[in-house]
Design a protein around this ligand. Structure first.
Ligand SMILES: [Zn+2]
Length: 89
């Protein structure tokens, strides 16, 4: 097994699993992926799944399950719009 190589950048894959999940589910661009990286470490912020706005008060957010995934939305408008985009997936 001389050709076996250790992964080169172990530090880079620390959250690969959770991030790739999000990419599959939500068609995220690389920019948004980078945005997600800042999430861990300072508590979990809730953002609107549609417009990415931070939801300051989770009590007024709309919580919905779409394609067996839980999402939070800042408004009914975002929820409807997101649902339209993700149906039949
Ligand atoms: Zn929103």
């Amino acid at each position: 097994m001389e050709d076996y190589k250790e992964p080169e950048d172990e530090a880079d894959i620390y959250s690969e699993e959770s991030r790739s999940e999000l990419v599959e589910d939500g068609e995220m661009s690389p920019e948004e992926e980078g945005f997600m990286e800042g999430f861990e470490g300072e508590g979990r912020k809730i953002v609107c799944a549609k417009c990415k706005k931070i939801i300051i008060d989770p009590d007024v957010a709309i919580e919905a399950e779409i394609n067996n995934e839980e999402y939070m939305f800042c408004s009914e408008e975002c929820y409807q719009s997101f649902k339209e985009e993700h149906r039949d997936e």
